[in-house]
Design a protein around this ligand. Structure first.
Ligand code: ADP
Length: 555
């Protein structure tokens, strides 16, 4: 048989039957009808029993049916089974011409071999020719009987019937060609799909291998928090955190804690829940578990969106940063302890210098000058130690209350006055009095001192420092503006990072540790406020601090 595109359903069942049964099934309809006619003959048309041609016409399709089963088609060429419809045409010819008067309609049986020949797709031209020539020869004897006195009515069936059968065979041929083309197209498509599927499975395997090779947990979830993909590390986290349940979004019994390691995180603050709410975040630190098993985990999340921009889920990444967090804590503790230990000897040095200077009338001028240098440097050292202690202390506590900011500005200007004079900097203030804010006077005084002393310090050629303040709705704005050396705008964004110093400050050998503004920022944030810096290199700097007027809106 000819190779055909892989069929489906009934067609597949037919293909699986084997050639003998297939050929027999094609022959079955005609054989059945002829058998019925044969059975009815003794009753309906007994006169035909005496016609050997008629009896041969009845017997032939039935014998052919049996032959279909017995012939080893699998060992013969594909086209050999066309012999069966050809012999069928012969049988129909015998029947038609031996029973023309009694059973003129028998000729329609021709349609069975015609369909078979046309649909086979084998020996196409010969088959189609047979579809017209066969019926012609079947009709020929009855027309020839009228020869030579033939009317148009006698000739019509002789011409028309073969033409109709030819038309039927052509229609069947076109339909089957069409079906085969569609089958081929479908097969090509299904092969392409299979290849695409195999390629995507390959890529998925590669992706999972890469994900499994990383030492961070990566999990993708849908918008309900159900897992779509998780790497090995995530599974390990899931096992470890079974009690902690960090990877489940809304289990209230999960052991997930805030940065202080003991405050349980409410479900809506947990990484996965925040992620499926559509939040995008990085370096969100949580603690998982309790006791010695407790781990510090830095989490990051990105939302997943469909083409329409709708949230479909999120990807969350978990990395174990316990070692780093512990090292930082140990470092801070060390700095805090060392700074603390430095204070007592420094205070003793300063106290003793004060005493020497107070009673130092008789000392030579050069000694007094040197002692002055020692005193100034000891003071700087003490200031540096205080900054380090404050910075290292995680608990920079603020106790905000109703505070008059104009009073704080006045005090700050008072203490900076001498320094400003020495640096040839004019101090100006434009602050309404009173100006109430919700602030810790000690801490805000400290923040203001930091910013004002910076403004003087970074104006090496003198200039003007202006402190202005005003209330704007819920906030009090405190602005310190100088005309000093300024800094590049990209540096202005970094000045609040610990230990950051601009290149120009270092080049100009202006002393400093890069901690003052980091502490100032912390102080303002603890009040629910903020600090910002705008500056241009050589164009002075403006520091703007915001504080809540009444209560702390930031919580
Ligand atoms: P430092 O002890 O170095 O002054 P700060 O944290 O107070 O530390 O300031 C960080 C850096 O920001 C400074 O080293 C300096 O480079 C820059 N800076 C701060 N204030 C000013 C200012 N008013 N003008 C120019 N640069 C400034």
């Amino acid at each position: 048989m000819a190779r055909r595109p892989s069929p489906k359903g009934v067609a597949l069942y037919f293909r699986n039957l084997g050639p003998r049964t297939q050929v027999a099934l094609c022959q079955l309809p005609l054989s059945l009808i002829v058998t019925v006619i044969g059975v009815m003959t003794p009753v309906g048309w007994p006169s035909l029993l005496g016609s050997p041609l008629y009896m041969a016409g009845i017997a032939l399709p039935i014998i052919l049916f049996g032959a279909c089963f017995l012939t080893p088609w699998e060992r013969m060429p594909d086209s050999s089974y066309l012999l069966i419809p050809v012999l069928d045409l012969l049988a129909i010819g015998l029947l038609r011409n031996s029973a023309t008067t009694l059973l003129p309609g028998l000729v329609v049986l021709v349609v069975f071999p015609v369909i078979w020949l046309a649909a086979s797709g084998l020996l196409v031209r010969s088959s189609l020719l047979l579809c017209a020539v066969g019926p012609f020869f079947i009709m020929l004897p009855s027309a020839a009987g009228k020869f030579p006195v033939m009317t148009a009515t006698d000739l019509t069936p002789l011409v028309l019937f073969p033409l109709v059968m030819l038309a039927v065979s052509l229609a069947i041929r076109f339909a089957s060609v069409n079906i085969r083309a569609q089958q081929r197209e479908l097969q090509t498509l299904s092969e392409e799909l299979r290849e695409l599927l195999a390629a995507s499975q390959e890529r998925e395997k590669l992706l999972m291998t890469i994900l499994d090779a990383t030492d961070v947990g990566i999990v993708a979830v849908d918008s309900n928090g159900d897992q779509l993909l998780a790497n090995d590390m995530t599974r390990r986290w899931q096992q470890n955190a079974a009690a902690a349940g960090v990877l489940r979004a809304d289990h209230s019994e999960e052991l997930v804690f805030a940065q202080d390691k003991i405050t349980p995180l409410p479900p809506d603050k947990r990484p996965l829940r925040r992620a499926i709410e559509g939040e995008s975040f990085a370096d969100y630190l949580v603690w998982i578990g309790k006791g010695p098993q407790q781990r510090a985990v830095s989490t990051a999340a990105r939302p997943l969106m469909d083409d329409g921009g709708r949230l479909t889920g999120a990807v969350v990444v978990f990395s174990d940063v316990t070692g780093m967090v512990e090292a930082m804590a140990a470092n801070e503790e060390l700095v805090s302890n060392v700074s603390h230990e430095f204070r007592s000897p420094l205070n003793s040095i300063l106290g003793n210098i004060d005493l020497v200077l107070e009673a130092g009338d008789g000392l030579p001028a050069i000694t007094l000058q040197r002692l002055d240098v020692v005193q100034r440097n000891s003071e700087r050292l003490l200031a540096l130690v205080s900054d380090l202690t404050l910075e290292a202390s995680a608990a920079l506590n603020v106790h905000p209350k109703r505070t008059d900011i104009s009073g704080l500005v006045e005090t700050s200007i008072g203490s900076a006055q001498a320094y400003a004079e020495r640096a040839a900097v004019a101090l100006m203030a434009d602050v309404p009095s009173p100006l109430w804010a919700h602030a810790d006077p000690l801490r805000i005084g400290q923040a203001l001192d930091n910013v004002v002393s910076n403004a003087i310090k970074y104006s090496p050629n003198g200039g003007t420092v202006t402190i202005s303040a005003a209330s704007t709705g819920d906030w009090v704005k405190l602005v310190v503006q100088d005309t000093g050396m300024g800094m590049a705008p990209e540096d202005a964004a970094k000045v609040f990072s610990r230990f950051f110093r601009t290149e120009s400050a270092r080049d100009a050998a202006i002393p400093g540790a890069g901690l003052g503004l980091a502490i100032t920022k912390t102080i303002l944030e603890r009040h629910g406020g903020a600090i910002a810096c705008a500056s241009a290199l050589g164009g002075g700097s403006t520091f703007t601090m915001t504080l809540p007027v009444e209560s702390n809106p930031g919580g």
